[in-house]
Design a binder for this molecule. Structure first.
Ligand code: PLP
Length: 396
């Protein structure tokens, strides 16, 4: 057994980030400035998308995107219950209502057929979540959005980088440019690319981008001065009661380095996933996550599922035993409809979304990050197999 605790997640930071942030501090321009703009440009290039706006969280990014795409009070927005608090709370920020539909058991992403069945006259938008780094099944969702003129805001907090039918998540193929759309990323400390806290809105529509940019900084525009005065520098106009969501240059300095390391960090996580998959495949008590042929996962998470009918312990005890062996884990996610707020406000019972509920009860997220050593990976495998073997029972 390992003698030090292996944390569930850890950012991949080295001298390069430290130097970049230090240089920013030494130069003295620390809030939004040239580094933020450079980060946006570079990010947009990688996502093959015309516009990217850097903000201070994915929560902010999704709020801005929904607002820009026209979600208003009493609208319905369809999303997955198998996600983090942020995805649904931003819908509530606008006075709109989240309408959950269940996920697919194999990928834990939103079930497109159930989305189609949930659309009504009140539906304004769909928010697919690329859970764990695996893309939601986007083609039928895009088709539905095109047919019913719905907006799509993708929660890309886990998907950096993720590919769907050969396209990187964060952009969208030109043939689908027929409905309002944005993709929102997170740069929170545990996410595949980090700036401490941060986020990005990507879109291929100039007006959507301009609206997000305006609202991200108090609804203030400074181009008014060009028209009304030659003094310029001091004049601005408040066009809307906006928000305060801009990204700092300190964060962007870190983000620029992290972008350079994106491929390298992804390759290392993919290698961890490959080793886990090879070790767990075929074990009667374990169901490793799959990667459909049409997709490449970012491997932000490694959502292992336990076959509880082949174990004499439950998920909580499995987590406890991993902790006793110095392996940190997490659970993704406690479905939103199980939380008091959503139960009380919308009257959901646990089996309102039976797939989300059942899969949550048997999910464990294993450590998967680029700073893990070969030995760390071996330790996780040994601990998981050890516990699963020890508690294996006959089927029946
Ligand atoms: C982390 C996370 C978010 C929120 O990201 P922040 O940058 O912390 O606002 C949104 N959705 C999902 C699925 C997440 O895991």
């Amino acid at each position: 057994m390992r003698d030090t605790y292996l944390p569930f997640a850890q950012p991949d930071l080295d001298e390069r980030e430290i130097e970049a942030v230090t240089a920013c501090l030494r130069e003295g321009w620390i809030t939004s400035g040239p580094r933020k703009l450079q980060f946006e440009t570079r990010f947009a290039e990688i996502m093959e998308v015309p516009y990217a706006l850097a903000v201070n969280s994915c929560t902010a990014a999704m709020h801005l995107a929904l607002e820009a795409l026209g979600v208003r009070e009493n609208d319905d927005v369809i999303t997955s219950p198998y996600t983090f608090a942020a995805t649904a709370e931003v819908i509530r920020y606008l006075g709109a209502n989240p309408v959950f539909v269940d996920v697919q058991p194999d990928t834990l992403t939103i079930d497109p057929q159930k989305v189609a069945a949930a659309v009504t006259d009140r539906t304004r938008a769909i928010m697919p979540v690329h859970f764990g780094g695996l893309a939601a099944e986007l083609s039928p969702i895009y088709q539905l959005a095109a047919d019913r003129n719905l907006a799509v805001v993708e929660d890309c907090a886990h998907s950096l980088p993720t590919w769907y039918h050969g396209t990187i998540i964060g952009g969208r193929p030109a043939k689908w440019k027929t409905f309002p759309w944005a993709a929102c990323f997170s740069f929170y400390a545990t996410k595949p690319l980090t700036t401490g806290e941060g986020g990005m809105v990507c879109t291929d529509d100039r007006e959507t981008f301009e609206r997000c940019r305006l609202m991200s900084l108090h609804g203030i525009t400074s181009d008014g001065w060009a028209r009304y005065t030659h003094h310029g520098s001091w004049y601005y106009e408040i066009r809307e009661p906006g928000y305060k969501y801009n990204m700092t240059d300190v964060a962007a300095a870190m983000g620029l380095v992290q972008l350079e390391k994106l491929q390298e960090m992804w390759s290392k996580r993919a290698e961890v996933a490959r080793r886990f998959g090879a070790a767990f495949e075929g074990h009667p008590a374990l169901q490793p996550p799959l990667e459909p042929e049409t997709m490449r996962s970012s491997w932000h998470l490694y959502p292992l599922r336990l076959n509880l009918n082949r174990l004499d312990i439950d998920r909580a005890a499995f987590v406890e035993q991993l902790r006793a062996r110095n392996i940190g884990t997490s659970v993704h996610f406690i479905p939103l409809h199980l939380h008091p707020y959503y139960r009380q406000a919308y009257g959901y019972s646990p089996d309102a979304f039976p797939v989300a509920y059942r899969e949550y009860l048997r999910e464990i997220s294993l450590p998967i990050y680029s700073t893990m050593t070969d030995e760390d990976v071996s330790d996780v495998i040994e601990a998981v197999i050890g516990i699963a073997d020890e508690h294996l029972v006959q089927a029946g």
